[in-house]
Design a protein around this ligand. Structure first.
Ligand SMILES: *Cc1c(COP(=O)(O)O)cnc(C)c1O
Length: 483
């Protein structure tokens, strides 16, 4: 084959993907909508794609790129003179390392038993993954069911000698609302517990806005670390985030070094060994090109579009906006018992060419449950299309209101209640998924009933089935016949 033929095959593979550009995919992708950005990022990435960021002494260019990115983040997000940081592969890795660093600090200070990670339930799922990987107990802390903000009193009630870290979000991914960072960080500091601000999604937007209700960054007393993703509103291609720590000792806690093998001495700042430098170089190039003014213009235009979108959506009968969105995310919920079911609404907007993310209802500890929501991430490319989006939302809401409310099959729910998920074999999970309508790993056109089922199942069963979907999606394509 010629290289052209190979590339044509690759391009053909993308035919079934959601669009990465144009602003209609309002989760997963971030399109600034600026001509020239993509070519610049691609050229920067190409120039560094063979470089190994594993060793910044062999590749001093990489150290310089990382120092510039961390410095820019510290300047933007309230870093003090002692602030340091690490460039990671994404938000999840930044969150993982923040938890690892806090656990190491807790141990170094004599913590005994199992460390606890205090999570307002709206904190990103990446922190649950961190607790799973690094052996911490998650403490689910209820949020205010109306504002969806963390409750300082609920956090305070859990601050004990085993608390290794408290997390707050700026803003939270599910609802785009700002946690009371100052209050929570002060409580944590008084108890001698570090406090991480997850600004993965908002960290490159909020600093440019003049209507942010309260301070949220490293300048807030008690905040010890902060994560911010450049592959979100830094408008860099995938694979780059920054974890800032208020002081170098904390950063040492997530670094790993060993001289305990006969190979080269190993010092890894992140989870990876060999590290791609391409995404960092692309982030550096986009940052250098846009500059503070470029980002400020984008953030303000996108924020204005978000405000217009939220106002327009709140005016649609049967829908309401959850809490007070502070950045460029909006969550819509059913307004009143006769309002529009947002899981049905998600299917109807999908049919109209948008990807808005359905978020199932959530049972909080203490019983003040959170409603199902529809999540919209507004980026530069969506900003110019708010009127079209609102028109489609109005139409989709009308269509969704005419649909039966999605309910989980009661027989399936009753059967699932008796299942021990840990005992299920892979074929048994496959069979259950078949019953649930997602056989063969192909998702049905209407997802509302599936989301309703996920919400109705015991959480461990739902989690086992979700992993089962991936098991069906990822089936190796073998050239040789298999028996
Ligand atoms: C996106 C996000 C993460 C996780 O980041 P990934 O880059 O998807 O790994 C963590 N926290 C928040 C608030 C996010 O929006």
């Amino acid at each position: 084959m010629t290289p052209q033929e190979v590339l044509a095959e690759l391009t053909a593979l993308q035919a079934g993907d959601v669009p990465t550009h144009g602003g209609s995919t309002m989760a997963y992708v971030y399109d600034a909508g600026l001509a020239g950005l993509e070519d610049l990022a691609a050229a920067a990435q190409a120039a560094f794609q063979w470089t190994n960021a594993l060793d910044p002494t062999a590749f001093p260019s990489v150290a310089r790129i990382e120092d510039d990115l961390v410095g820019a983040a510290a300047d933007l997000l309230g870093g003090g003179p002692a602030t340091v940081g690490t460039v990671t592969s994404g938000g999840t890795e930044s969150c993982l390392l923040a938890v690892l660093a806090a656990r190491e600090r807790w141990r170094a200070r004599g913590g005994s038993g199992r460390p606890r990670l205090l999570l307002p339930v709206t904190a990103h799922a990446a922190f649950r993954k961190a607790a799973h990987l690094f052996d911490l107990d998650v403490v689910d802390v209820a949020v205010d069911p109306l504002t969806c903000r963390a409750l300082p009193s609920a956090v305070a009630a859990e601050l004990d000698a085993r608390a290794a870290l408290v997390v707050v979000s700026a803003p939270s991914y599910p609802h785009g609302v700002l946690d009371p960072v100052g209050e929570v960080a002060a409580l944590a500091a008084a108890a001698g517990v570090p406090c991480h601000v997850d600004a993965c999604i908002g960290g490159w937007v909020l600093p440019f806005l003049d209507d942010v209700p309260e301070p949220f960054d490293l300048s807030v007393p008690g905040v010890t670390s902060l994560s911010v993703d450049l592959h979100k509103y830094g408008y860099a291609p995938k694979g780059v985030s920054v974890l800032l720590t208020a002081e170098p000792e904390l950063r040492q806690g997530h670094w790993f070094s060993t001289a305990g093998w006969p190979g080269y001495p190993v010092v890894n700042p992140t989870l990876a060994g060999t590290r791609p430098a391409g995404p960092m170089a692309a982030a550096w190039a986009v940052h250098r090109w846009l500059g503070r003014d470029g980002y400020a213009d984008l953030a303000r235009a996108t924020r204005a579009a978000t405000v217009a979108l939220a106002e327009g959506a709140a005016a649609i009968p049967g829908l309401r906006v959850v809490g007070t969105p502070v950045a460029t995310l909006v969550a819509l919920a059913q307004d009143g018992p006769d309002g529009v079911d947002v899981l049905n609404l998600a299917d109807e907007t999908t049919a109209r060419g948008w990807l808005l993310q359905p978020q199932p209802p959530f049972a909080q500890p203490g019983g003040a449950d959170l409603p199902a929501t529809l999540h919209l991430t507004v980026t530069g490319a969506t900003a110019g299309r708010v009127d079209a989006l609102l028109a489609d939302l109005v139409d989709a809401a009308r269509a969704a209101a005419a649909l039966p409310r999605p309910v989980a099959d009661p027989d399936l729910v009753a059967a699932a209640a008796t299942i021990d998920p840990a005992a299920l074999t892979v074929p048994e999970v496959d069979a259950l998924l078949e019953l649930a309508g997602v056989g063969g790993g192909r998702l049905p056109e209407r997802m509302a009933p599936v989301h309703a089922l996920v919400a109705a199942l015991p959480r461990p069963v739902a989690e086992r089935l979700l992993a089962g979907v991936l098991d069906l999606v990822y089936r190796p394509r073998r050239a040789a016949p298999t028996r």
